[in-house]
Design a protein around this ligand. Structure first.
Ligand SMILES: Cc1cc2nc3c(=O)[nH]c(=O)nc-3n(C[C@H](O)[C@H](O)[C@H](O)COP(=O)(O)OP(=O)(O)OC[C@H]3O[C@@H](n4cnc5c(N)ncnc54)[C@H](O)[C@@H]3O)c2cc1C
Length: 597
């Protein structure tokens, strides 16, 4: 837009002329998973009359959270004396290999039970005991059953209840299938989110007094993964691009039981209900790695056990499914119990690989499942710069935020509680902030939109020589081989330099679809660019960390080294350069001890 022309046009004319729109909201929530829905709902409840929007690149009900299976953790009956919040906190901290911030863990365990009950009031049909109480199942690393569940479709039922409820709350607008391309932050203050509507390419600036990023994890940087294709870490990458700090990005969780060959999750709930892990000799091999907890040890330990069995030749051979694997054996469990408590797993095995778990073990091996690292936040989920300064008006919650309750290894079922607890906290804080703030972006909205439109147009016009999908495969191959369950220094060095080459190639891609309508090619390219940034950050931090802690296991440094490495990794961008620093872990009551199960 020539400046002279702008002089004669009103703000609204300019926006109309360039086919863009500015929409004003008190609170802009990016992401419609469990964390995003909870945030929007509690923002709306906190201050009546505010306008809140939820932006999602998918239809909200296709958000990754719907695929959560096994359950949500929380101590529901402490008065019976069988469980306590302290026990939940200790299990979580030990599970995290002492990298979790303990004040945040204490907040998690104290708020989780209330959130489970709140979800029940919204309509989640929790499984019940014969006495009518919410039933809780055992989960890995938890010293007693404390995982509430709705069969093995917990995420679906939570999302269904939240979506139904939020859809009826006055003041909340949901924008399904809008793809966010940048977070506007000026002078340390949140200004809004730029996004385009996928159906027609029309661009929008969602101007907000407060913003909440809830865009999930980045496990799709890997090829063999249990996560949805949409888990591309967009919000984390946009925050990184905007100068914010990321924390503990080297800690990636590999779930022990991904179905072979697709990678679809076979929930830990199966082991919670009594399934065994067996090798090709029929041995329950976990007795060699975690004598007491066996199949209910934490995920990092079981993944290493499985990979050791496979590497030492005791797995089932790869000729049947293309991957070597171990067996998840449910044959000794009552079929009626299985069909009541694990219906999806039973169906999935039958449908996907034509295998009846009642007569044959399910073939499984570790797959990338969850990213412990994310946007560096304080205990309220407020996004931070690397020097600890808050970004005014911006929160990051759910899997994309690193408030640091999972540390170096998340315990199963703690993510849904994290989403619920910090969804509420951030929603309320964002609403309070919006109530006393004006719109912040210093640049005129039309300038922001023009700039963004130019950037998107330039990317759409790319006609380089490299196929972006081949670039994605190359990145995933590096992550699957060089940054998986067992890492080596040499492998990581090679991996980092390969990722740098791949990033260079990405600047020479071609975009096949030049149109604006349903340009999923362009969406994929944004996602691949985001994944590459995050894979690179994760790889660099992994290479630096010369110890083994939680999910991060380095063959040359097999022990945890608290003297040197009991600290969070912080990475931020200065132009094209990465700046890395470290931050002490907040320890309240639980001093680090050897981690034995
Ligand atoms: C198969 C599976 C089963 C699991 N089961 C459990 C379980 O039983 N218990 C447990 O505690 N944890 C479980 N987890 C982990 C847990 O499901 C996730 O960590 C959690 O659901 C993440 O929720 P979220 O709200 O942070 O993000 P998500 O549910 O991933 O939602 C992200 C949202 O962001 C939106 N978004 C992303 N990028 C953009 C963009 N550029 N523009 C616009 N919108 C965007 C998406 O559309 C989506 O709405 C499981 C994980 C997997 C893979």
């Amino acid at each position: 837009m020539p400046p002279a022309l702008r002089y004669f046009l009103s703000f609204a004319d300019v926006i109309k002329a360039i086919n863009m729109e500015v929409l004003d909201y008190d609170v802009v929530v990016l992401g419609s998973g469990i964390a995003g829905f909870k945030a929007a709902l509690h923002a709306a409840e906190k201050t009546k009359g505010q306008r809140i929007c939820i932006i999602s690149k998918l239809h909200a009900m296709r958000s990754h959270s719907v695929s959560a299976e096994g359950g949500i953790s929380g101590v529901l009956s402490p008065e019976e004396g069988k469980d306590s919040e302290d026990s939940h906190a200790f299990d979580t901290i030990k599970g995290s290999d002492y990298l979790a911030d303990q004040d945040a863990v204490e907040l998690l365990v104290s708020r989780a039970p209330g959130e489970i009950r709140h979800l029940e009031h919204l309509g989640v049909p929790w499984n019940r005991t014969v006495h009518g109480e919410i039933e809780e199942r055992p989960f890995g690393g938890m010293s007693t059953p404390r995982t509430a569940f709705a069969a093995d479709k917990t995420g679906f039922f939570m999302m269904r209840a939240l979506y139904d409820y939020v859809s009826g709350v006055e003041g909340i607008d949901i924008f399904h299938e809008y793809y966010a391309t940048s977070i506007v932050i000026e002078k340390g203050t949140f200004g809004g989110i730029c996004a385009f509507r996928i159906s027609d390419g029309e661009e929008f600036f969602f101007r907000g007094r407060s913003g909440i990023i809830a865009t999930g994890g980045f496990s799709r940087a890997y090829g063999f993964t249990t996560t949805a294709h949409s888990s591309t870490g967009d919000g984390t990458a946009l925050a990184f691009e905007a100068g914010l700090a990321l924390k503990d990005m080297e800690f990636v969780q590999y779930h022990p039981t991904a179905l072979v060959p697709s990678g679809i999750l076979i929930s830990e709930a199966a082991r919670g209900e009594g399934a065994y892990l067996i090798n090709a000799n029929g041995e329950r091999f976990m007795s060699r790695y975690a004598k007491e907890r066996m199949e209910l040890a934490p995920r990092d330990i079981i993944s290493r056990a499985i990979m050791t069995e496979l590497n030492e030749g005791r797995g089932f051979p790869s000729d049947r499914y293309g991957y070597a694997y171990v067996g998840l054996d449910l044959r000794h469990i009552d079929m009626e119990k299985l069909s009541k408590k694990l219906p999806m797993i039973m169906e999935m095995s039958k449908r996907m690989i034509k295998l009846d778990p009642g007569s044959e073990p399910i073939p499984v091996r570790p797959g990338t499942h969850f990213t412990m690292g994310g946007v560096h936040t304080d205990i309220d989920g407020n996004a931070l710069y690397s020097d600890g300064r808050q970004v005014a008006g911006l929160w990051a919650v759910g899997e994309c935020g690193c408030v640091s309750v999972h540390g170096a290894n998340r315990l199963g079922s703690n993510s849904l509680s994290q989403c619920a607890v910090w969804g509420r906290i951030a929603g309320e804080k964002a609403s309070e902030h919006a109530a006393k703030s004006s719109f912040h972006s210093r640049s005129h909205p039309e300038e922001i939109l023009e700039r963004e439109s130019g950037r998107i147009g330039k990317l759409r016009d790319s006609s380089g020589s490299k196929n972006p999908y081949e670039i994605r495969s190359a990145m995933q191959k590096v992550m699957d081989s060089n940054f998986f369950v067992f890492k080596t220094v040499k492998g990581m060095e090679e991996g980092v330099s390969k990722l740098l080459e791949i990033k260079k190639e990405f600047s020479d891609i071609y975009v096949t679809d030049k149109g604006k309508k349903f340009n999923t090619n362009l969406v994929n390219i944004f996602e691949i660019g985001n994944l590459l940034e995050l894979a690179h950050a994760s790889a660099e931090l992994a290479l630096r960390r010369r110890e083994s802690r939680g999910s991060h296991f380095v063959m040359e440094y097999r022990e945890r080294d608290d003297a040197e490495w009991l600290k969070h990794s912080i990475i931020s961008k200065r132009g094209a350069r990465h700046e890395i620093s470290y931050l002490p872990v907040r320890i309240t009551r639980w001093k680090p001890q050897p981690r034995v199960y």
